[in-house]
Write a protein that binds this ligand. Structure first.
Ligand SMILES: Nc1ncnc2c1ncn2[C@@H]1O[C@H](COP(=O)(O)OP(=O)(O)OP(=O)(O)O)[C@@H](O)[C@H]1O
Length: 230
């Protein structure tokens, strides 16, 4: 794959628990192409979240390398890594992590404001409309349904124009129909704004929505799917 935006090389993460070594990741070579939507599927404890955390610079590997958008994460200082996370990565988690006292619009633009960047209002409006949130712009998160709150979390991730969106079980708290709607919107939005999505899921129906499915078992990739050509 030449047009990769994320790449890991022989990535390992070991945890020492007393005499036991837990090999959460045991030599992972993973890549995602620009604008690709990759689903990572695997059983509980297979290493999915660990891999996503390493790619997002939230945790350090025991050994191996992570490259994102041409940068080697291990070569960055703590501050550079914080800037990297703010500018290059959009995170979407199962729990929406919205600020309860801020309305939908304020939640969406908060990371951009914290980063001291100018808010591209036209772009935020476009995202609100794409995610069908225009009517909820002034609403507080507590008054929204789970699906609406997750759409706000997705809007927030997209609004800071990251290169990659890392989503960890984003539909874990949603019913099946809402999950499909939310995933469909995430997919359309990421394609429109040329973002790469790496999504973790237990749910094979949700995984089917991706361009490619990567299977992980016991900290190893057992099936990487067909290389994405698009
Ligand atoms: N901080 C930690 N200390 C010790 N072991 C850990 C730690 N974090 C993760 N592990 C272990 O690493 C392995 C992989 O965990 P990980 O959370 O990546 O799995 P997962 O596939 O995301 O699971 P789930 O689907 O349940 O979220 C598991 O055996 C887990 O117990």
């Amino acid at each position: 794959m030449d047009n990769w935006i994320v790449k890991t090389k022989n990535l390992k993460k070991y945890y020492q628990l007393g005499k036991n070594t837990v090999k959460a990741l045991d030599g992972v070579d993973f890549a995602a192409a620009e604008r690709e939507f990759v689903a990572i599927i695997g059983k509980s404890g297979s290493g999915k979240s660990t891999l996503l955390h390493m790619i997002g610079g939230l945790d350090e590997p025991t050994s191996g390398e992570v490259y994102v958008d041409g940068r080697r994460l291990a070569g960055m200082s703590r501050e550079q890594l914080a800037v990297f996370r703010r500018r290059k990565v959009g995170f979407v988690f199962q729990s929406y992590n919205l600020v309860p006292d801020l309305n939908v619009y304020e939640n969406i633009v908060l990371p951009i404001e914290l980063d001291g960047r100018r808010i591209d209002r036209a772009f935020v409006d476009e995202i609100l409309s794409l995610l069908a949130l225009e009517e909820k712009r002034e609403a507080l998160p507590g008054t929204l349904s789970g699906g609406q709150q997750q759409r706000v979390a997705i809007a927030r991730a997209i609004a800071s124009k990251p290169a990659i969106i890392l989503a960890d079980e984003p539909t874990g708290n949603l019913d099946t129909a809402t999950s499909h709607d939310v995933m469909g919107l995430l997919k359309v939005a990421a394609k429109q704004f040329q973002q790469t999505i790496i999504l973790i899921t237990h749910d094979s129906d949700i995984a089917q929505m991706a361009d490619r499915i990567v299977h992980i078992e016991d900290g190893r990739i057992v099936k990487a799917g067909d290389t994405y050509a698009g």
